[in-house]
Design a protein around this ligand. Structure first.
Ligand SMILES: Cc1cc2nc3c(=O)[nH]c(=O)nc-3n(C[C@H](O)[C@H](O)[C@H](O)COP(=O)(O)O)c2cc1C
Length: 309
């Protein structure tokens, strides 16, 4: 048996496989279909100050090797999460990461303040792929200055737990954003969030989703995610969680080699709700067959291309 344990910003994980935000509900809904206690950690749906109903249907559509969504960050709100969802998840003994978003700095601060008073949360993950409505709708994660301000504001409140910042891939230079987030106080980085995309219905000549564009995820984005994880790992010195199209043990190994300490599994849960819980055992078998004793040894082990000088 390979040693799958990993340490992420001081949190001991039994394995590096984490359920990604927005694709695994509040965790407990999946208990009848997946062995939750086998998962390294669970990131819950993005939490906001007030409950959000989300966008009108259609808000999800399948694409070639992927999926486009415009759920609209539907969630019960942070207070109901703490009162009703967090206690249910607590029984599975899996570290819970709270994903936080807002439409202004005050939103991030307030959600984190509520979480700071709650027990049963292991880390915060800041979703910065949302528009700052107080600054003309500019995405926090698309501009280094906005990103710094959001992370600094969050850091000032997030005292009890590690602060992970989840980077948007919809930028020209992801390394610049990574450095801005780390300089502003991020303990670790998660990447990538969804890529902006558009699905068109040629018959009706309209966008498929009610919102027009949406976020692309799934195997289609894996090469982009691997490249960005690799770039960021060369630019900053904090743990990285790799995300994007992961569905197999080999996918996980690829992300670890590119510099990730752990990974998150998102869209795969839509076609197989047990995928994320099954992956640690599959990773174990893969590493055994490969003669790798410890998963953590793989981090950053990517070699130069064959034939490179
Ligand atoms: C339906 C759906 C909802 C999502 N909701 C959130 C969210 O609330 N917060 C967040 O940070 N990321 C959210 N994401 C992004 C995922 O956590 C993940 O970063 C992205 O889907 C890429 O990983 P994947 O290719 O494994 O799905 C969502 C993705 C999907 C498909």
């Amino acid at each position: 048996m390979a040693d799958l344990r990993t340490a992420l910003c001081g949190i001991e994980l039994k394995n590096p496989v984490i359920a990604a935000s927005g694709t695994f509900g509040y965790g407990s809904e999946f208990a009848s279909q997946a062995a939750l206690d086998r998962i390294g950690a669970i990131v819950v749906k993005g939490l906001s100050r007030e409950p959000i109903r989300g966008n009108a249907s259609p808000r999800v559509t399948e694409t070639a090797a992927g999926m486009l969504n415009a759920i609209g960050l539907q969630n019960v709100g942070v207070k109901a999460f703490v009162a009703e969802k967090l206690p249910l998840l607590g029984q599975f003994g899996v570290p819970v990461f709270a994903n936080v978003f807002g439409y202004g700095l005050a939103d991030y601060v307030e959600v984190l303040s509520v979480l700071e008073d709650a027990e049963g949360v292991a880390a915060y993950e800041l979703n910065v792929s949302c528009p700052n409505t107080k600054r003309g709708g500019l995405e926090f994660g698309a501009h280094a200055g906005e990103l710094s301000r959001a992370v600094e504001a969050a850091r000032a409140v997030a005292k009890r737990r590690p602060l992970l910042v989840k980077l948007s891939p919809n930028v020209t230079d992801i390394s610049e954003m990574a450095r801005a987030a780390v300089e502003a106080g991020a303990d670790g980085l998660s990447l990538i969030n969804t890529l902006r995309g558009l699905a068109v219905d040629a018959h009706s000549r309209t966008p498929v989703l009610s919102t027009g564009s949406g976020g692309l995820s799934g195997p289609a984005i894996k090469p982009v995610a691997l490249h960005m994880v690799h770039q960021v790992s060369q630019s900053v010195d904090v743990p990285i969680i790799g995300i994007g199209g992961i569905a197999t043990a080999e996918d996980i190994v690829e992300f670890l080699l590119c510099g990730a300490t752990a990974v998150q599994v998102g869209t795969a849960s839509f076609w197989d709700p047990a995928r994320v819980a099954d992956l640690p055992a599959e990773l174990d078998s893969y590493l055994d067959a490969d003669g790798t004793a410890k998963a953590a040894e793989l981090t950053g082990g990517l070699r130069p291309p064959a034939g490179a000088a």
